[in-house]
Design a protein around this ligand. Structure first.
Ligand code: AMP
Length: 190
């Protein structure tokens, strides 16, 4: 089974590359951002609470996203594998994911990190905001807050996987196809 964590700051290209990887390997895509936006659209109380934080560019509590991932793992027991996109975003989430996977006799195969400088991220997200309709992509101050949350709380997750010998970083600036080729070679040697 292939279980990948696609890692990187907001705007690094995780969603785009996830779509490419899923098409090739038939993995289940688990994006906590997408799951949270689905809760918001459905008007659930979880969605309403999460929206207050997401509108400020702040991470939602670990327990909320861990619970959502747990449900998805239980619903997809026959999957060929998973691609985690935008999760785990804290070391506590990474630890919880390891124990959830272990309870299904699974583990993370590899974390692949897309590395992109902050200035480039801001430009990409503002551009994406013109068509994505995402309120958090349309305001420069909010984008900076999201990148700050990433730097403070999420970046240390890379070290967590590096300690397990499961971290590979690649340059996330360039042609989408070239970046995808690099991802494929990492997957093939994992
Ligand atoms: P994304 O679509 O991954 O950029 O996530 C959008 C927003 O959802 C983030 O700015 C956070 O507020 C929230 N979010 C998504 N995934 C997580 C997570 N794993 N942990 C905490 N908050 C999250």
């Amino acid at each position: 089974m292939l279980n990948l964590v696609l890692f990187g700051p907001p705007g690094a290209g995780k969603g785009t590359q996830s779509a490419n990887i899923i098409q090739k390997y038939g993995l289940i895509h688990l994006s906590t951002g997408d799951l949270l936006r689905a809760e918001i659209n459905a008007g659930t109380s979880l969605g309403l609470e999460a929206k207050k934080l997401m509108d400020q560019g702040i991470l939602v509590p670990d327990a909320v996203v861990i619970g959502m991932i747990e449900n998805k793992l239980n619903e997809n027991k026959a999957a060929a594998g998973f691609i985690f996109d935008g999760f785990p975003r804290t070391v506590a989430q990474a630890e919880a994911l390891d124990s959830l996977l272990a309870s299904h006799d699974l583990s993370i195969t590899q974390m692949i990190a897309l590395e992109v400088a902050e200035e480039e991220l801001t430009q990409r997200l503002l551009e994406r905001g013109k068509s994505s309709g995402r309120p958090d992509d349309q305001n420069e101050e909010l984008i900076r807050k999201r990148v700050q949350e990433y730097t403070e709380k999420t970046a240390p997750v890379a070290g967590y996987y590096a300690n397990q010998g499961k971290f590979t970083g690649i340059n996330g600036v360039g042609e989408i196809e070239e970046i995808f080729d690099q991802i494929l070679s990492i997957i093939e040697r994992s």
